[in-house]
Design a protein around this ligand. Structure first.
Ligand code: BJW
Length: 249
């Protein structure tokens, strides 16, 4: 097969991880140049860490926000957005589930997206729970919310030990139940519940494909594994170029 999504497959779920943003200059979490090499991940990405040192955690996410805003979507993000256009124009269903918090898929033009681990561009009040867009990059101290409880603001990120946002898992599973093909791109397959979604897809007999630079931990669960960089593989292999979405732009 030359491409991953075939013409009759009009119901597609794609799930991405940090690998798809690597070619935009955003470091992945694990591996040789992993973001976490000099930090244990729990030091910065857990509710305990935020309770212990909110200033350190806030500043870590502020730096990440600055970095994400300074990066651009790469050909991998653009190919996923084009696939969505193509599927939608053909009357099909498309859902992109991303573990990434960098916002690059939306900036590439993806519309139907679940950011299952949250967003660097959103903040949440720990007291009243209100979530709002926040692209500020200069607040060295976590501010207080203007609600009656004056709650501390925290990144709207799913940290270790926290559940996904209400309804997200149900929407993801429902899309997988209806899909023809489940494509997983640029993730090491070690963080749950994301890593377990391929088991769910397999249990329903769906076709499963993985595109990754190195074999992920759960590689044996996929029907097809394509080894390579997302920005190089996806534009040529995700779907047939001559049929690409809308007017072919
Ligand atoms: C390329 C490339 C290129 C590079 N092209 N590819 C079941 C079993 C065991 C443990 C658990 C379980 N269920 C829950 C847990 C606990 C925990 C967990 O999974 N722990 C494991 C580490 C063992 N999960 C949770 O706590 C989750 N919550 C939960 O399940 O709630 C219910 C519950 C609570 C408590 C107990 C039990 C249940 C929440 C997980 C939240 C994850 N949050 C993070 C950080 C926040 C976001 C942020 O700050 O940015 O999300 S962790 C971090 O890992 C981040 C990522 O989204 C996530 C996944 O990483 P990803 O995307 O896979 O990146 P990498 O770096 O690992 O891999 C990159 C890959 O790309 C590599 O393979 C490269 O080869 C490849 N690559 N260049 C293509 N150009």
């Amino acid at each position: 097969m030359d491409w991953i999504v075939d013409a009759p497959e009009k119901k597609v779920v794609v799930m991405t991880g940090a690998g798809i943003s690597a070619e935009s200059g955003i470091q992945t979490f694990r591996g040789a140049n992993g973001l976490w090499e000099n930090h244990r991940i729990e030091e910065v990405a857990s509710p305990i860490a935020f309770r212990r040192d909110p200033v350190m955690v806030w500043n870590f996410y502020l730096q990440r926000r600055k970095q994400a805003l300074s990066c651009k979507p790469n050909p991998g993000h653009l190919a996923v957005a084009e696939l969505e256009k193509w599927i939608t124009a053909a009357g099909g269903d498309f859902l992109l589930v991303t573990q990434n918090v960098d916002g690059l898929h939306t900036r590439a033009g993806s519309k139907h997206v679940i950011e299952m681990h949250g967003s660097l561009m959103m903040t949440r009040c720990i007291a009243c729970g209100q979530v709002f867009p926040d692209e500020r990059t200069e607040m060295a101290l976590p501010p207080r919310h203007n609600c009656t409880e004056k709650g501390l603001l925290r990144p709207h990120i799913v940290w270790f030990g926290e559940s996904l946002f209400p309804g997200d898992m149900e929407r993801i599973e429902s899309a997988i139940e209806k899909c023809d093909i489940f494509i997983v791109i640029g993730t090491s397959g070690v963080v749950y519940p994301a890593a377990g979604l391929v088991n769910f897809a397999n249990s329903l007999g769906k076709r499963t494909v993985c595109v990754n630079k190195e074999a992920p931990a759960n590689v044996e669960l996929f029907d097809i594994f394509i080894q390579g960089e997302a920005g190089k593989e996806l534009p040529k292999r995700l779907f047939p170029r001559e049929n690409k979405g809308g007017n072919g732009k």
